[in-house]
Design a protein around this ligand. Structure first.
Ligand SMILES: Nc1ncnc2c1ncn2[C@@H]1O[C@H](COP(=O)(O)OP(=O)(O)OP(=O)(O)O)[C@@H](O)[C@H]1O
Length: 276
C-alpha cells in the first residue's frame, strides 16, 4: 500500500510543481494519473521513487517513509519500485532474457552480474515472466530486434523480475499504435491484479485510462482536481483538468477511438462491479 501525504515540490527555479498532494493506493489498484503538460505528473512519480527530493510531505510504501531515507535504505526502498518507461529503456545489444535479468541487478552481487551469472531461481523466474508476457519464444533475441510492443513486454517482465511492491509507469503506450497500446495496458492491469500490485500510470490518453484503470487521479497545476472512478470523468471534470480547448480535443479523440472489443467491455464491467 502506498500513502502520499501533503506532498509538495518547489524546484530551485521557483516553479511549484506539486502543492499538497495526498492519496492512498491499496494493493492491486491501478491508478491512471492524467493532466495537461506541466501539471506535475512526472514530478509526482519522481518524488515517489525519490529521483526528485520533495520539498514537503511524506511518501510511505508499506509503512516506510521514503522521504526520510538515504544511502542503503533508499536503495533498498527503490528496489521495491518497479519502473516501466515510455521508451522502454532496454539495453539494445543484450538479449531479451538478459534485459529481464537486469531487473535483479540491485539484488545480486556485482561480480555475478558482471559475469552475467544469475542464480538459477532468478533465471527460472525470468522464464516464467517472459512466458506470462507472451515472449517465451523470444528469450534469446536481441532487444534491438524486437518491435515496440514486444519491447514494452520486456520492460514489464523486467520490472516484475525485481519483485516490486509498487509499479510506477511513465507513459507506457505513447510510442505504440492504438491496438498495441490497448494490449499493453491490458497486460499491465492484469499482472497488477494477479499480484495484488498497486500501480500508478502516468498517461495522456484519456480514453485508454477510462477503458482500463480502476481509478483516475487528475492533476492540474500541481493539485489533485479529480480522484475517482473512470466512469465519472465527464465533460465538466475533463474541462476542470484540461481546460476547455484541450478537453474538446480529447472528446474528439474519444469519438474517433475504435470501439471496444467484447473482451474490453466484459473486463470493464467486472471491474466496475467490484468497485461500486
Ligand atoms: N528539473 C526541473 N527544474 C525546474 N522546473 C521543473 C523541473 N522539472 C519540471 N519542472 C517544472 O515543474 C512543473 C511540472 O512539470 P512536470 O514535468 O512534472 O509535468 P508533467 O505533467 O509531467 O508534464 P508532461 O506531461 O509534459 O510530461 C512544470 O512547470 C515544469 O516546468
Amino acid at each position: 500500500m502506498l500513502r502520499v501525504s501533503s506532498l509538495s515540490k518547489r524546484y530551485k527555479g521557483g516553479d511549484e510543481a506539486l502543492r499538497g498532494v495526498s492519496f492512498d493506493v491499496p494493493a492491486g489498484q491501478v491508478v491512471a494519473l492524467i493532466g495537461p503538460s506541466g501539471s506535475g505528473k512526472s514530478t509526482l512519480i519522481r518524488c515517489i521513487n525519490r529521483l526528485v527530493k520533495p520539498s514537503g510531505g511524506t511518501v510511505e510504501l508499506n509503512g516506510t517513509d521514503i522521504t526520510r531515507l538515504g544511502g542503503r535504505g533508499l536503495r533498498r526502498a527503490r528496489r521495491l519500485m518497479g519502473m516501466i518507461f515510455q521508451e522502454y529503456a532496454l539495453v539494445e545489444r543484450l538479449t531479451v532474457m538478459e534485459n529481464v535479468l537486469s531487473g535483479r541487478l540491485g539484488y545480486v552481487p556485482f561480480w555475478r552480474s558482471f559475469l552475467r551469472r544469475f542464480p538459477q531461481g532468478d533465471v527460472d523466474k525470468a522464464f516464467a515472466l517472459l512466458d506470462r508476457v507472451g515472449l517465451a519464444d523470444h528469450v534469446d533475441k536481441r532487444a534491438s530486434d524486437m518491435s515496440g510492443g514486444q519491447r514494452q513486454r520486456v520492460g514489464i517482465a523486467r520490472a516484475l523480475e525485481q519483485d516490486p511492491a509498487l509499479l510506477l509507469v511513465d507513459e507506457p503506450t505513447a510510442s505504440l499504435d492504438p491496438k498495441t497500446a490497448r494490449q499493453i495496458m491490458r497486460l499491465i492491469c492484469e499482472v497488477c491484479r494477479e499480484r495484488g500490485l498497486p500501480a500508478i500510470i502516468s498517461m495522456h490518453d484519456v480514453p485508454l485510462a477510462k477503458m482500463f484503470a480502476d481509478r483516475v487521479i487528475g492533476l492540474s497545476a500541481g493539485e489533485i482536481v479529480f480522484d475517482g472512478l473512470p466512469a465519472a470523468l465527464d465533460r465538466a471534470v475533463l474541462t476542470e483538468i484540461y481546460g476547455e480547448e484541450d478537453w474538446t480535443q480529447i472528446h474528439a479523440d474519444e469519438q474517433a477511438a475504435t470501439p471496444d472489443t467484447p473482451e474490453d467491455r466484459h473486463d470493464r464491467e467486472e471491474r466496475m462491479a467490484g468497485l461500486t
